[in-house]
Design a protein around this ligand. Structure first.
Ligand code: SAH
Length: 250
């Protein structure tokens, strides 16, 4: 009999943010393939005889090859009758090649079940206590990756969304944030725009750096994974932090 693949979102980092369905899938599976952004601590929910295989990949050259190997591994285990848990950071349908894996497995007649995860999209904002939307301040959130498939910055897309006065959230942009901020300033973006960088959200090393676009543009060396949030709602959190500091709470 053929096995099955669970494509599981493992949440942003803290194992406490796994869903109950994810824990059930971990318990049930014979083989677990987990990504770089998944904390191996979640493997404590796996059965004693489960085989856990790290398949972390960095973006860039060679990642296509590794993806093909991951696909083949999932397929081989499922065809041999195993229950496979494919664990991805956050939610498997957000910047995670989830669809490619589903399409590949379906093409080979393997059943796939997707278990949603807590995405860093919401987790970074909530963990840093920054609202993504706010009545009267921001009615939309645009989630944007920093670069396209050829490594070109998506500055125009960011600018278009900032022009809508909504919140802009940038994933996979920490390494090039300096360049992004400079490009936004050069294009005439208000230098007092509020920007937050949330590093390692929901983990013990979480760090939130807030400042104006001008201030953040002068910083570098952010710790990965990090998510950038820009817009008027970040200003609320920033002013709150400033007020606490001047009252001596921080
Ligand atoms: N599928 C994932 C996103 C994968 S893309 C999800 O739904 O969360 C990887 C990007 O996600 C990182 O570059 C970073 O921008 C963001 N990210 C993931 N985990 C994070 C964390 N704990 N803290 C901050 N950003 C995180």
């Amino acid at each position: 009999m053929k096995g099955k693949v669970y494509l599981v979102g493992a949440g942003p980092g803290d194992p406490g943010l796994l869903t109950l369905r994810a824990v059930e899938a971990l318990r049930e599976c014979d083989v677990i393939l987990y990504d770089r952004l998944v904390d191996p601590a979640v493997l404590r929910f796996a059965g004693a005889s489960a085989q856990a295989i790290p398949v972390g990949k960095e973006a860039g050259p060679g990642s296509g090859e590794l993806q093909a190997r991951i696909n083949e591994m999932m397929l081989a285990h499922a065809l041999s009758g195993k229950m496979v848990c494919r664990l991805k950071g956050g939610d498997p349908m957000v910047f995670a090649r989830g669809w490619e894996e589903i399409a590949f497995l379906r093409e080979h007649g393997v059943e796939v079940e997707v278990i949603p995860g807590v995405s860093s999209i919401t987790a970074c904002a909530s963990s840093a206590v920054i609202p993504l939307t706010h009545r009267g301040l921001s009615s939309s959130v645009a989630v944007i990756t920093a670069v396209d498939m050829n490594g070109r910055l998506l500055t125009d897309l960011i600018l278009r969304n900032l022009a809508l006065n909504g919140t802009v959230e940038i994933l996979m942009g920490a390494r090039r944030l300096h360049e992004i901020c400079r490009a936004l300033l050069e294009a005439g973006t208000d230098s007092s725009l509020a920007v937050a960088v949330v590093e390692k959200a929901s983990t013990p090393e979480e760090r939130v750096i807030m400042g104006t676009l001008r201030e953040i543009s002068e910083l570098d060396g952010f710790q990965s994974p990090a998510t950038v949030i820009m817009g008027p709602t970040v200003g609320l959190a920033m002013r709150r932090e400033e007020a606490s500091r001047s009252e001596g709470y921080l």
